[in-house]
Ligand binder design. Sequence first.
Ligand SMILES: CC(C)(COP(=O)(O)OP(=O)(O)OC[C@H]1O[C@@H](n2cnc3c(N)ncnc32)[C@H](O)[C@@H]1OP(=O)(O)O)[C@@H](O)C(=O)NCCC(=O)NCCS
Length: 175
Amino acid sequence: MEEAMPQLQPVGMQHRDSYIAMLDDHERYGESYPWNDAKTARVDFARFVEELAEEAAGGALPHGAVQQLTYVLILGDEVVGEFRLRPYISEPYERYNGHIACNVKPSSRGKGYGSHGLALGLELSRGFGLDAILLTVDDRDNLPSIRVIENNGGRLLRSASDAEGRMIDSYWIDL
Ligand SMILES: CC(C)(COP(=O)(O)OP(=O)(O)OC[C@H]1O[C@@H](n2cnc3c(N)ncnc32)[C@H](O)[C@@H]1OP(=O)(O)O)[C@@H](O)C(=O)NCCC(=O)NCCS
């Protein structure tokens, strides 16, 4: 029997406990959660959901921020990861950031969820009318991240160093 694969869902109040369990999972593995407002998610999940709705609507964003749609990667009712989609990126943002960013919680890695989630993210991106996707990797030792991209047809487009001197590799996926 084929193993069940997770789905993408916009973050909502129904995900509160499982989202916080995902944050706890990172903590247990000694990892921080720099990708979203974990602090607000823990203390006021309703506010967190509101913040994500504001980012998704794309209005009144802080300087340099772009419209972002946040989805949980969910298997049954367990949040196993998070995907963030940015339908409209442009310079200078796109030099160091891509259309899609993702993370899978440490205890759920290596099961194909990241690669599957990105395939779902590409489907959503087609729905936004995009015909190609840019993804960035800021750590060449992050082999799982590179493999997730390559598993979905990504190829290296360019490498550039950011303001802090970190090398950022940008990958391209034709949709
Ligand atoms: C990158 C990340 C999303 C991968 O998620 P995942 O669910 O483990 O991905 P998959 O199970 O689809 O595995 C992808 C590849 O990485 C490999 N991999 C997974 N965990 C690994 C590990 N700990 N060490 C080495 N390789 C690993 C898998 O074997 C697979 O390679 P293959 O296709 O050659 O077999 C996850 O490691 C993560 O959240 N990392 C921290 C955040 C991050 O780096 N995000 C950037 C993603 S673009």
